[in-house]
Write a protein that binds this ligand. Structure first.
Ligand code: HEM
Length: 242
């Protein structure tokens, strides 16, 4: 179901070259108008945000769906949440995503295990020490059962949520965090509300990581889907034909 992002990833190198060339051209330009320079930079910043925002969000969605297909009981629980909170009479809307706690926990757990921007090198102290007058204790275990996919771990209160920093922290933190969480939340919720999802075979979805800055999957996700009753309201054909 999901298109392969490999081709786009190959092309992203060309985009960086283009930006470097543009930057050089602006710096060496004899253009007097600062307005032109500002406009060009505004376009570059907007384009940067688009670039930083699209692949990261798409990849996170692909990891989230892969995890759900490998854990059908979690997918079932998410569907039950959507059915009880939204139902099958109308499509889920952005403002309603904040009510879908379990779907949000699925996204948090996906970002914990498969962060789309794994740039923040993990920090931990191997022993009790003092740095610049501050006592830094030896790092204790951060996550229980760290390698398991368990959205339920965020149900115990804020403690686990605060340990999660997939968007960084401080002044350089991701400016698109809010947008990403809304966009991914709404898209994932819509996919679960509108379709039944299954793996293409009995084999589990391959969760190997590929190469690339936004942590792509090594093997693009393929899945089967069947329209749920709500789609009859929006599709002109019978759901049996899909
Ligand atoms: C799942 C989605 C996303 C993840 C996991 C993510 C993660 C991150 C991380 C870890 C950083 C580096 C923070 C640091 O250096 O401490 C970052 C920076 C950035 N992100 Fe995101 N991001 C996502 C989506 C978005 C979206 C949707 C946008 C824009 C619409 C965006 C725009 C940016 C920009 C412009 C920066 C550079 C900020 C700077 O260097 O000052 N990101 N992101």
């Amino acid at each position: 179901m999901f298109p392969s992002f490999c081709e786009r990833r190959k092309r992203s190198g060309e985009w960086v070259d283009w930006q470097v060339r543009l930057h050089k051209a602006i710096c060496s330009s004899s253009a007097k108008s600062s307005m032109v320079t500002i406009s060009v930079f505004t376009i570059v910043i907007l384009a940067d945000s688009l670039l930083a925002g699209t692949d990261t969000s798409a990849v996170t969605l692909e990891w989230a769906m892969s995890n759900l297909l490998n854990h059908p009981h979690i997918l079932k629980k998410a569907r039950a949440e959507l059915d009880s909170q939204i139902g099958q009479e109308k499509l889920v809307e952005e403002a309603e995503v904040s009510r879908l706690h379990y779907v949000q926990n699925i996204i948090s757990e996906t970002l914990r295990l498969y962060p789309a921007a794994p740039l923040l090198v993990p920090h931990m102290s191997s022993t009790d020490c003092t740095i610049g007058g501050y006592d830094v204790p030896k790092t204790r275990k951060v996550w229980d059962d760290a390698i398991s996919f368990k959205p339920e771990r965020y149900e115990s209160g804020k403690e686990n949520t605060h340990k999660l920093l997939p968007f960084g922290i401080g002044r350089r933190a991701c400016p698109g965090a809010g947008l990403a969480q809304r966009a991914i939340g709404l898209t994932l919720a819509s996919l679960i509300q509108c379709f039944e999802w299954e793996r293409v075979s009995m084999e589990e979805v391959d969760m190997a990581e590929g190469n690339g800055i936004s942590m792509p999957k090594a093997v693009a996700l393929e899945a089967m889907c069947k329209a749920r009753p709500i789609m009859n309201k929006f599709l002109p054909v019978s759901s049996d034909d899909i």
